[in-house]
Design a protein around this ligand. Structure first.
Ligand SMILES: *Cc1c(COP(=O)(O)O)cnc(C)c1O
Length: 394
């Protein structure tokens, strides 16, 4: 082996020694169940919050619309060259009108959106002020930008305000960046307070990533911004199609001028082949139906409430979650891994989440509920957890 490979091998060995070595699991999917190593388990780690990805009736209905004439399987090019298809603009105008905003722009993924928008709109006279716990894709976007960067303590708006006040005079523009629902605690941000801060400081723009909220929250499924009545006030309202919307891709809802600016400046949009028209057609098909999935949203919220109450009352968890993402915090790394494996043996596909993904001493099972779970399934899961907890106490 030459030195390069020895170097990489050593790093991998260190990861293994720390229990941090990652591998791609071999999974088979059967509806809401996951089959791994011959064991069939209820998927408790899914992002398919509305259960749409597993709905065969929706797939058939979609395919029937087209018969033999399916949309293209590839766009073959960036949208700025030959990769522009009418279905893109149809979905963008549908979304802009649903959100009641001027414009919407589609991207290949949430990762593309987050690594592209901030570098396009931030320059040396910009300060990005981000929540401490924002997603890795946002961190990568900030790193790619020319802007200066500070972080505020998670969801601590006093700290945010202090930072804005301290830096206001030194920057032409400050951009507050947050998610609306955070992926590890399932806590929901009060976006109205951020809007108030934006207006107080004047030279502030607001960037909100609704990856975990779009589809699953809000009266018509438009996310936390809809639920809290502040869709109009968010400069960059970003979301992905890969989670509750059961497709692939992402979007920003924004002013037309911002859209024009991104088309001119945003490198992951300009220099990457656009999504397959087939995929955009599927996204459009589901997005059109989004208001009609209210029953699924209600069911998800009922299940979530039940699990949160149970965790609080029977498992002594101090619950920050106000969503269907509900962590069962165990603390110790090894105990968390053992609990996840034991749950898998009982038929629940639960995964251990450890530092550095979460702060030290807060290793956890991240329970993620979906609308296609039944109340009986969730009850049985809670009973199993309770039995584990009682065994631990003995
Ligand atoms: C999943 C996720 C993304 C990435 O979206 P993809 O479409 O999967 O690339 C971005 N931001 C947040 C907060 C996410 O949870």
């Amino acid at each position: 082996m030459n030195n390069h490979l020895a170097d990489f091998a050593q790093t991998l060995a260190e990861l293994k020694a720390q229990g941090q070595f990652r591998q791609l699991p071999q999974l088979d999917h059967q509806g809401k169940m996951i089959v791994k190593d011959g064991r069939t388990m209820l998927n408790m780690s899914s992002n398919d919050y509305l259960g749409l990805a597993n709905d065969d009736a929706l797939k058939s209905e979609f395919l029937k619309n087209y018969g033999e004439n399916l949309p293209h399987f590839t766009s073959s090019s960036s949208r700025l060259l030959t990769g522009s298809f009418a279905i893109y603009e149809q979905l963008e105008s549908l979304m802009a009108s649903r959100f009641g905003r001027e414009a919407c722009l589609l991207f290949n993924s949430g990762y593309h959106a987050n690594i592209g928008i901030l570098p396009a709109v931030a320059n040396k006279k910009t300060l990005i002020v981000a929540d401490k716990l924002v997603h890795a894709s946002i961190i990568d976007g900030i790193r790619l930008s020319e802007a200066d960067f500070v972080r505020y303590r998670h969801n601590d708006f006093n700290h945010l305000e202090t930072l804005l006040a301290k830096h206001q005079a030194h920057y032409q523009r400050m951009i507050i960046v947050t998610e609306s629902i955070f992926s590890m605690d399932g806590d929901v941000v009060d976006l109205r307070q951020l809007v108030a801060l934006k207006h107080r400081f004047g030279n502030v723009m607001l960037y909100v990533d609704e990856a975990h909220a779009i589809g699953a929250y809000g009266n018509t499924g438009l996310g936390i911004a809809e639920q809290q009545g502040c869709v109009q006030e968010i400069d960059f309202l970003v979301g992905t199609f890969g989670k509750a919307l059961a497709s692939m891709g992402a979007y920003v809802v924004c002013d037309q001028l911002i859209k024009d600016y991104l088309i001119n400046k945003m490198r992951p949009l300009i220099f990457s082949t656009a999504l397959p028209p087939l995929c955009v057609a599927w996204s459009t098909f589901l997005f059109e139906k989004l208001p009609h999935f209210a029953t699924r949203r209600q069911h998800l919220h009922q299940l979530s409430k039940k699990v949160r109450c149970f965790f609080r009352e029977n498992l002594a968890q101090s619950i920050l979650s106000e969503s269907g993402i509900i962590p069962y915090i165990i603390g110790d790394n090894q105990k968390t891994v053992a609990t996840a494996l034991a749950l898998q043996q009982q038929g629940y596909y639960c995964l251990p989440i450890r530092p550095p993904t979460v702060p030290k001493g807060t290793s956890r099972i991240r329970v993620s509920l979906t609308a296609d779970m039944t109340e009986q399934e969730v009850d049985a899961f809670l009973t199993t957890l309770m039995e584990f907890e009682q065994q631990q106490c003995k």
